[in-house]
Each structure stands twice: as C-alpha cells, then as structure tokens.
Design a protein around this ligand. Structure first.
Ligand SMILES: C[S@@+](CC[C@H](N)C(=O)[O-])C[C@H]1O[C@@H](n2cnc3c(N)ncnc32)[C@H](O)[C@@H]1O
Length: 340
C-alpha cells in the first residue's frame, strides 16, 4: 500500500542520468527482486484454486505480446480509448490547465500518453511507472526524443507499492496522474478502491487523476476480445509459464496447457486461466507441483464497471468526479477525478 510519502523526492537507484537534450532525464530501476516472483508463484500454486498474479505477464516478450493484443480486431479496448482520448483532449486540457506534471501508472507503450501530451497546454514533466523495463525504456526514449521541451523520466517499479518520484519530476505545478487501459480492472474491486485512495494520498487538493475504465457489456463483445482468432491472447497467457521456466528453473511443458478466458457475469469480470490438458507434475524453484487434467491456474481478472459503480469507488477514495466521457457505443469510459 502506498503511503503519503510515495511521491516524495528520494535518493533513487539511478540507471540513467543524462543531461543530453532529447534523452530521458532519469530511469530508476526499482524492479521487485526475483525472490518475490518465486515466493508469489509458489504461494499462488499452493492454493486450492491455483493462481499467478497478472503483473508477472510483463517480461519483454509479455509486453510485446500485449501490444499485439491491442492491435487485434477483437480487442476493442485500446482503439476505443485512443479515439476517445483524441476526441476529449481539449476538454481534458481545459480542466487540467498549464504546467502539469503527468505521472502514468502501468504506462506500457507510449501511444496513449502522446494523445494526452499533445492535448495538454505546455506540460512540464512526464514520469512513466511500469514493471516492464523493456517497455518503459523504449517508451521514454522515444518520448524524450520527440518532446524535447518536456522533462521525461521513468521508474521501473511495482505500482502497488510506494513509488518515490525524484526531484526532476517536481515542477511546483499541479500533478495529473494517468491510469489508462482499464488496468484498474485487473485489481479486485476492493483493491482498486484502495489503489485509488493510495494515489489520492500522494496528490494535493485540486490535482487530477485521469482513469480509463472498461464498461460492463454483453459476452458477445467481451468473450471474443479475450479469445482473438489469431491466438495472441493465448500466447500472452502462456508466456507467464515460459517466464517461470526461464527465471525460476521451471520444468513446465507449455504443450500441456491451454488458454481459457470467459466472462463471469455474476462477478462482472473476464477471467483468464491456464487449463491443464493432462494429469501432470512439474517443478518450480525446486518445488514439486501436481495438477490434474482440466484443473486451472487463474492468471488474470479484468473487472468491468458501470459509470456509477466507478464514481462511487472514486468518491469513497477521496476524489470528486469532475467529468466522465464515454464513446458512442458505451464500450469504454474515461474519468477525470479531482483530489478533494
Ligand atoms: C493492461 S496493460 C496496459 C498498458 C497501457 N497503459 C495501455 O493502456 O495500453 C498493463 C500495463 O501495466 C503494467 N503493469 C501491470 N502490473 C503492474 C504493476 N503491479 N506495477 C507496475 N506496472 C504494472 C504492465 O507492464 C503493462 O504495461
């Protein structure tokens, strides 16, 4: 859980400290240690319903596969949010004002932040936070080159723990936190509310938080979005097993698992699992794991919200909902929250 000091300046582990124009001002590597990965996977695989936290999808290959998911015809989320961001850019700019420092959680590629930066009048700094160093490094290098007047930096970190911003990120102006992609939907609803409250604790009154939230809808749209014909989402899901083999000395046969994703309407969430196609045993970090045929490892939830549901969560976390936008088909929503 983040505390109030989360955005306080600190002495970080500084990987890049470049005075060059057109290069990132800083890149701080606070990636969680490999022992955390091992502990989380072993704990998750010892549960009655086996599970692996979704943040472990994102090694370099996982980040690339996610970008490919965003380009599949079935995955409406990315193109809808991108179009909406372009349409509402002037409205956001009018609310956020000049000289803001933008802090993005789970930044991934730079596609969405470009739309936001292009809309904002004279933003002064941009800080990307992501657990995937490969994706983060690529994005901030490209942005620093293309937005030469902007202080651009990145922090490789788990955003569910406190993330300290370095002094370069402080302009004295307002902060605008940005959390697109409905990544908030990957958190249990209670954790999402706590995350909102943790972000609120790092902001001053009047600072903004722009959040992209996927909306509840029928399984006719949702099920295909997570089961694309090309099999990219399946490859993304299976990639976490490949990563376990590589980083944790795993002996998992990927051929004995299949991708499973479906809308659980009662809980309003897409569930993603890896289903064992045989009775099998394998090793992870020296531990023996047994699975029966058809048993699953739960790898991700993607919770969907109604607009009132999300606003209620945001208000209970110390924000007021200034404005909400939806696309014409009501597939996706973007919320401008102000810290009260
Ligand atoms: C669903 S993708 C969204 C990417 C991008 N923001 C978008 O809107 O398309 C989730 C992103 O958050 C990052 N991420 C996931 N869990 C994270 C965590 N606990 N801490 C930091 N980054 C995380 C992933 O590396 C990935 O870039």
């Amino acid at each position: 859980m983040m505390d109030k000091t989360a955005f306080d300046a600190a002495a970080p582990e500084r990987v890049v400290d470049s005075p060059l124009c057109g290069a990132p001002a800083f890149l701080l590597d606070r990636h969680p240690p490999k022992v955390d990965f091992a502990a989380d996977v072993l704990e998750g695989l010892s549960r009655p319903q086996k599970q692996i936290p979704p943040k472990y999808f994102y090694d370099a290959r996982g980040s690339d596969l996610f970008e490919r998911i965003c380009r599949t015809p079935e995955y409406y989320v990315t193109r809808t949010e991108l179009e909406l961001l372009s349409d509402i850019g002037p409205d956001i700019a009018g609310i956020a004002g000049c000289d803001v420092t933008v802090i993005e959680f789970g930044s991934g590629s730079d596609a969405k932040i470009r739309r936001l930066l292009d809309a904002l009048p004279n933003p002064c700094a941009y800080v990307a936070i992501d657990i995937s160093r490969a994706a983060l490094e690529r994005a901030i290098e490209d942005l620093a080159r293309d937005y030469a007047d902007l202080t651009v930096g990145g922090i490789v970190a788990d955003f569910t723990t406190p993330v300290e911003l370095p002094p370069e990120a402080f302009s004295g102006g307002k902060k605008l936190a940005f959390f697109p992609g409905s990544t908030i939907g990957n958190m249990e609803r209670g954790h999402a509310r706590q995350f909102l409250a943790d972000v609120r604790a790092t902001l001053a009154q009047g600072d903004g938080f722009l959040v992209g939230v996927d909306l509840r809808k029928g399984r006719d749209i949702l099920d295909p979005a997570y089961n694309d014909d090309e099999g990219v989402t399946a490859a993304f899901n299976l990639n976490v097993l490949r990563r376990i083999n590589r980083e944790l000395g795993g002996t998992i046969d990927l051929g004995k698992f299949r991708h499973l994703a479906f809308y659980n309407e009662a809980d309003g969430r897409i569930e993603m699992h890896l289903q064992s196609t045989a009775d099998q045993r394998f090793e992870v970090a020296g531990a023996q794991i047994a699975m029966t045929r058809d048993e699953t490892i739960h790898t991700e939830n993607s919770y969907k919200y109604s607009v009132p549901e999300f606003i209620l969560a945001a208000e209970s976390a110390g924000f007021c909902a200034v404005r909400t936008w939806k696309d014409r088909q009501s597939l996706f929503s973007i919320h401008y929250l102000a810290a009260v």
